[in-house]
Design a binder for this molecule. Structure first.
Ligand SMILES: Nc1ncnc2c1ncn2[C@@H]1O[C@H](COP(=O)(O)OP(=O)(O)O)[C@@H](O)[C@H]1O
Ligand SMILES: [Mg+2]
Length: 355
């Protein structure tokens, strides 16, 4: 088993800096999910840990040893990718056994490892089948089986579920969680799917443009996002943002919204008054309130059974929200909404930082 430490890690492709400086520690046995928009450097970071991409600067430590210059096969890492090219002419068992056999692990030991991997991944009944005779989810599990038989200290996953349909993705998510508790390896898992991040992670790393925006447990990030980016990235439907002006008078704080309406907020430390802000409210914290300060012009209504999704505009800006149950809402309605002060996040409009 191994912990991973990235210290002042830098990556450039020629003159182009992709990762200016990144620090991160992953504890032994921890499941850390890196999430961020496409192109922010997630795969590059993972490939540097795997040894597939040279590190431009800084220190990569795996299990306490500097690994910057270790070749991939010396790092005891297994990587699972989005595409899981299996050998079509080999059976499931032969596919899983391929790596150890090539590396000259003896037959009995290989067999033992393959059977254990198959058991963990519920593949035992399919060992004699060819990849064409199993489902997409089972094929992805075979790809994971190949990673498991190496008995690595560290698993790296790069968007392993992106090619699967929605139903299988959910199933495999559970499978990966089960795998982690069975093998207890350190996991670095990359995804652009924030639900995957929320459900799988011990801790989430939110990346943006080669930098870490915030690191924390899923609920820490959800409840206390440090800035506008993190707040908008996590949560589905995403947080609703409304521009306003923060006014502090004595012990009271309000945000003046559109058309002069005011919403009470928690008094922020630092007594910033008359500051341009954005308030953010999770959709399920928006409350119906007669003459509430938030005026929502409804454009599209989508009942899902358990909730109603509403798309519209507040003060000319698009907003999406969800209401539990079956409130009667139609396109063209004007809804008056409110939120309690403890559910309102306030962000400085200039810096994006949480106030
Ligand atoms: N070999 C390369 N040469 C030049 N630029 C690259 C190379 N690989 C990745 N990049 C660039 O690095 C940035 C990050 O890419 P990547 O790590 O694949 O992002 P992500 O996985 O988060 O979508 C992108 O702008 C991409 O174009
Ligand atoms: Mg990628």
């Amino acid at each position: 088993m191994a912990d991973i430490t990235l210290k002042d890690i830098k990556k450039s492709f020629h003159a182009l800096t992709i990762i200016p400086s990144l620090d991160l520690t992953v504890a032994d046995g921890e499941f850390v999910v890196i999430v961020g928009p496409s192109g922010c450097g997630k795969s590059t970071l993972l490939r540097m840990v795997a040894g597939l991409e040279p590190i431009t600067g800084g220190d990569l430590m795996i299990g306490g040893l500097r690994a910057n210059d270790l070749p991939p096969q010396k790092r005891n890492i297994s990587m699972v990718f989005q595409s899981y090219a299996l050998f079509p002419h080999l059976t499931v068992e032969q596919n899983i056994a391929f790596g150890p056999e090539v590396r000259g692990v003896d037959r009995a030991e290989t067999k033992k490892r393959v059977l254990r991997a198959a058991e963990i991944l519920n593949l035992t009944p399919y060992l004699d089948r060819k990849p064409s005779e199993i489902s997409g989810g089972q094929r992805q599990r075979v790809a994971m089986g190949r990673a498991i038989v190496r008995d690595p200290d560290v698993f790296l996953f790069d968007e392993p579920l992106s090619n699967l349909d929605a139903h299988l993705r959910v199933e495999m998510r559970t499978e990966i969680k089960r795998l982690h508790s069975a093998v207890k390896a350190t996991v670095l898992y990359v995804t652009h799917d924030q639900i995957e991040a929320m459900t799988l992670a011990d801790r989430i790393v939110i990346m943006n443009e080669g930098r870490i925006e915030q690191v924390g447990t899923p609920l820490e990030l959800y409840d206390a996002p440090v800035n506008r980016f993190v707040a908008g990235f996590l949560g589905s439907p995403s947080m609703a943002f409304i521009e306003g002006q923060l006014l502090v008078e004595g012990n009271n704080a309000v945000v003046e919204l559109h058309e002069g309406s005011r919403i009470p907020v928690r008094k922020p430390a630092g007594h910033k008054s008359n500051c341009a802000v954005e308030i953010g409210v999770r959709p399920d914290n928006l409350l119906f309130e007669k003459s509430g300060p938030i005026k929502l012009y409804v454009e599209v209504v989508e009942p899902t059974g358990s909730e109603v999704l509403v798309y519209g505009q507040v003060a000319g800006r698009p907003i999406r929200c969800a209401f539990r149950g079956r409130p009667e809402i139609s396109a063209g309605d004007i809804l008056h909404l409110s939120a309690t002060p403890d559910t309102i996040h306030i962000f400085d409009r200039q810096s994006g930082l949480r106030i």
